[in-house]
Ligand binder design. Structure first.
Ligand SMILES: Cc1ncc(COP(=O)(O)O)c(C=O)c1O
Length: 384
């Protein structure tokens, strides 16, 4: 009996969604040596690599102060704690994002108010944010902070958001968990808002081999308070507690790994950009390809297309050993834990539509043209 196209394809080699092994093959000797160095010096907590990484990140992105920490979630929570955000405050967040963005608002004691996003860039819509500020006041909440997310690697509309927030007395905490390495108007992520948080989760563009994160700011006083919170609100020594804090340090071994990965990071970002541009070309007209505004770049944490045939694309690619992921099939405002929190006036129609149409394709700096052609060919067949 003749094999069908799909049977032939299912025998094809699986394509990784993110290929960490390809990156490891490039720098394994350097990473192994860096880990061995930490094992030898034994400074597993706050060893010299931690400070060295913070200095290199500051030089890389142009922020004055960098505080490494245990995860992207803690990188968001620490500044909220340091600013004293809490009960009676409204924190504006997109619903079309990873849970952590809204979770930290709730953990701080504030009320998250969900805001809609743009249909083309998937990032926070400033007009919806303005409506959210009105919603907060109507509910008797103090508009306190906004957490714009640079979704899938592209910075949000930072000038518009910063301008509106300056006018309204709202503080901006940029969630750059997915966008470290991207640019906006010739500045780097990390220097685009009063405070920026990023994640070093292994699948992020700059990923460790475990959890990690960092906070960026030019505000020395805030940096000092965040440094205390990172270690139990510790003051001048371990016997003095000046605030309520966390155990939120970055492991030295992760810092050592990140130093090696940072050394090749700009080159990897350039490769991601070339791969995304090629995807855009070969998928144009077949599905809605992602839009990056002319004044900024993306680091393509995800390459995310839109299609009303999303389910067909996922099924056909899966049958051909090509993984896909849907970020996010269920936006936060419909999740059981978050349903009761308010939404900006006008609701979240774009978020709801995107959650039905988006799908992310394999993307990493080492994706070969032949794998990319296989992926695009399958998308063409599924969408036609
Ligand atoms: C937008 C966004 N914010 C926050 C986080 C939290 O980062 P972490 O997993 O390092 O805590 C993530 C991680 O996936 C994220 O994508």
């Amino acid at each position: 009996m003749a094999e069908t196209a799909s049977q032939t394809a299912s025998a094809a080699k699986p394509i990784p969604f993110i290929d960490l092994q390809a990156q490891r093959a490039r720098i394994s000797a350097r990473i192994d040596a860096a880990i061995q160095k930490v094992l030898t010096h034994g400074g597993f907590v706050m060893g010299p690599e931690v400070g060295e990484l913070e200095r290199r990140l500051a030089a890389h992105c142009g922020a004055k102060f960098v505080l490494s920490c245990s995860s992207g979630t803690d990188a968001l929570l620490i500044p909220l704690m340091a600013k004293g955000v809490g009960h009676g405050d409204a924190v504006f967040v997109p619903s079309f994002t990873f849970t952590a963005t809204a979770e930290v608002a709730v953990l701080s004691g504030a009320t998250p108010i969900f805001v809609d996003v743009h249909p083309d860039t998937f990032n926070l819509d400033t007009a919806s944010l303005a409506r959210g500020i009105l919603t907060a006041r109507r509910l008797g909440l103090k508009p306190r902070a906004v957490i714009p997310v640079d979704l899938f690697g592209q910075p949000a509309d930072m000038d518009d958001i910063n301008a509106l927030c300056a006018k309204e007395g709202v503080w901006v905490l940029a969630d750059a968990a997915q966008s470290y390495g991207a640019n906006y108007k010739n500045m780097r992520v990390g220097a685009l808002a009063e405070v920026t948080a990023t994640s070093f989760y292994p699948s992020k563009p700059l990923g460790a081999y475990g959890d990690g994160g960092a906070v960026f700011t030019d505000d020395e006083d805030l940096y000092r308070r965040m440094t205390q919170i990172r270690v139990h609100g510790q003051g001048k020594d371990r016997n003095e507690n000046v605030s309520i804090g966390l155990t939120a340090r970055l492991d030295t071994i992760q810092a050592a790994i990140l130093l090696e990965k940072l050394a090749i990071f700009d080159d990897e970002c350039a490769a991601r950009q070339r791969i995304a541009a090629r995807y855009n070309k070969i998928l144009a007209g077949v599905v809605t390809t992602p839009v990056v505004r002319g004044d900024r770049s993306s680091v393509w944490a995800q390459y995310t297309i839109r299609s009303t045939s999303r389910d067909k694309i996922v099924a056909l690619l899966s049958a051909e050993n090509i993984p896909t992921s849907v970020f996010y099939p269920k936006p936060i405002h419909v999740q059981p834990a978050y349903r009761a929190f308010p939404q900006a006036e006008g609701g979240l129609p774009v978020t709801e539509q995107l959650s039905r149409e988006v799908v992310s394709l394999p993307m990493h700096a080492y994706l070969t043209e032949s794998d990319q052609d296989r992926i695009a060919g399958a998308v063409h067949r599924a969408a036609s």
